[in-house]
Design a protein around this ligand. Structure first.
Ligand code: NAI
Ligand code: MG
Length: 501
């Protein structure tokens, strides 16, 4: 592919082979098919703006074909497999992902822009850890016996799969989000149609080959690249899909619920946006808290649903934190993801970059003080780079404080007392995560109980683990992915009555 301009680095042979030779088609029934309409779309490298690949765009007819394949697989070979045999295939898939981790990480960096070190040492190991954790549940999904009031009736429950699940995922952790859906859906005995984000379809396509190699029967996993319209919307309204698991914006989450309500009442789980409060009390290990606050936002260029974008600092420590944060953030290197030295990569698209810069301009106009950063990084050429930016503010109604910016922008403010802090921390439509830094253990727990968020970190920020339930309060969504709760999300309970007369 002569038009393909790649960064000046030596890519793995597997990465090059995939980019140059592999068909970027739809994966249905373990086969690679062009879209029935013949339509394609482009995916770009955010570090340069160059087109990486032309990818088949799944339309309604392709969605119908994938649903039919997933239904046949669900009724047939997949439901006939013993749970331990389902698990065996998932473990095999995890082994294959590990074996292909170098190429997968490089593709993630090319397609999403994130630093290669982050993709290779962060995303990839977590992908397989998650898959193995979930697969371990496959033969441990139990029902219960129920002591009803009728002495001649024996009642028990079974936890059964839902059927055909669709996963619609975002671009910020492309392979990880794919596995967050695939892992529990398949573990619980469902079949899957995965729609990767249109900005980052490549690792999901690579994954499909590994699915086939791992021995999953045709139709168990199908991958349909394409944008929200038409592909995502066709899935959301489809009568043959039993559950839709979504991660993305609150706005689209709302549309998905509407589509489910107006079609077959498919089950919906939503992991949406956030505007998470991170609190530093004056009695904290302030230097650790500053580093924590820095990484809570900037490690993914702010493109993370749990990003700690609202930083509340007790007045006595405020100056120290603002100065410390400024010094730390100014040491961060903004660069393309393959660079030797890089902390902050590009943001995902030109459109996101304009949106982020728009918020920064609004913040300035509204009178928030720019502590550091405050615009694009122009000298990095064609890529979509934004300076890590910190605002100091007082007014909680500014758009930089209320809206999920999804870019490298943090907003820091001082607080004086407990009631003020809790009211302001909870003054948001979101409730995904929260952080608190203090040496007072009682205060830490009081905060953890008072803050409206699905996850709270005390003296830390951003950790996730396959065993720890994860999901939102309020408009950050509902349903818990990970942990045992994820299995509940992908099953339904059947009650069986047995007359013993
Ligand atoms: P988005 O919510 O539009 O995209 C997420 C997924 O939904 C993609 O696969 C997309 O193709 C699909 N989608 C879009 N419209 C759809 C529709 N009508 N029906 C079904 N599926 C549809 O998010 P986008 O535009 O990429 O980013 C916009 C904002 O969303 C970000 O700035 C950020 O605030 C938030 N976001 C939050 C994420 C999170 O992890 N919670 C991830 C990505 C974005
Ligand atoms: Mg891309």
């Amino acid at each position: 592919m002569s038009a393909l301009k790649l960064p000046d680095v030596k890519l793995q042979p597997g990465t090059l082979e995939f980019l140059e030779k592999h068909p970027k088609n739809l994966f249905i029934n373990n086969e690679w098919l062009a879209a029935q309409s013949g339509e394609t779309f482009e995916t770009r490298n955010p570090a340069s703006g160059d087109v990486l690949a032309e990818v088949a765009l799944a339309g309604e007819a392709d969605v119908d074909a994938a649903v039919a394949a997933a239904r046949t697989a669900f009724r047939g070979p997949w439901s006939q497999l013993a749970a331990a045999d389902r698990a065996a295939r998932l473990f095999k898939l995890a082994d294959l992902i590990d074996a292909h981790a170098d190429a997968l990480a490089e593709l993630e960096t090319l397609d999403n822009g994130k630093p290669l070190r982050v993709a290779r040492r962060g995303d990839l190991p977590y992908v397989t850890k998650h898959l193995r954790y979930q697969a371990g549940w496959a033969d441990k999904i139990e029902g219960s016996t129920v002591p009803v009031t009728y002495p001649d009736q024996f009642v028990y429950t079974r936890r059964e799969p839902l059927g055909v699940v669709a996963g619609i995922i975002p671009w910020n952790f492309p392979l990880l989000m794919a596995i967050w859906k695939l892992g529990p859906a398949l573990t619980a005995g469902n079949t899957l149609i995965l729609k990767p984000a249109e900005q980052t379809p490549l690792t999901a396509l690579y994954l499909a080959d590994l699915v086939k190699e791992a021995g999953f029967p045709p139709g168990v996993v199908n991958v349909l690249p394409g944008p929200g319209l038409p592909t995502g919307a066709a899935l959301a309204k489809h009568m043959g899909i039993d559950k839709l698991a979504f991660t993305g914006s609150t706005e689209v989450g709302r549309k998905i619920m509407e589509a489910a309500a107006n079609s077959n009442l498919k089950r919906v789980s939503l992991e949406l946006g956030g505007k998470s409060p991170n609190v530093i009390f004056a009695d904290a290990d302030v230097n650790a808290a500053i580093r924590g606050a820095q990484w809570a936002v900037f490690s993914t260029a702010g493109q993370e649903c749990v990003a700690g974008t609202r930083l509340f600092v007790e007045r006595a420590a405020y100056e120290q934190v603002v100065e410390g944060l400024k010094a730390q953030v100014e040491k961060m290197v903004v660069n393309h993801g393959f660079a030797e030295k890089v902390h902050v990569g590009p943001v995902i698209t030109e459109q996101q970059m304009s949106r982020i810069v728009g918020y920064i301009e609004e913040g300035k106009k509204a009178g928030a003080e720019v502590v550091t950063g405050g615009g694009r990084v122009e000298e990095l050429g064609g890529g979509y780079f934004v300076q890590p930016t910190v605002f100091a503010y007082q007014d909680d109604s500014l758009s930089i404080v209320t809206d999920e910016i999804f870019g490298p922008v943090a907003a820091v403010t001082a607080f004086d007392d407990w009631d003020e802090l809790i009211a302001r921390a909870n003054n948001t439509i979101y409730g995904l995560a929260a952080g608190v830094w203090t040496r007072d253990i009682g205060k830490a727990h009081r905060y953890a109980h008072a803050v409206q968020a699905g996850t709270v970190w005390i003296n830390g920020y951003g950790m996730i683990d396959p065993a720890a339930p994860f999901g939102g309060y309020k408009q950050s969504g509902f349903g818990r992915e990970m942990g045992k709760e994820a299995i509940e999300l992908y099953t339904q309970v059947k009650t069986v009555w047995v007359g013993m007369q």
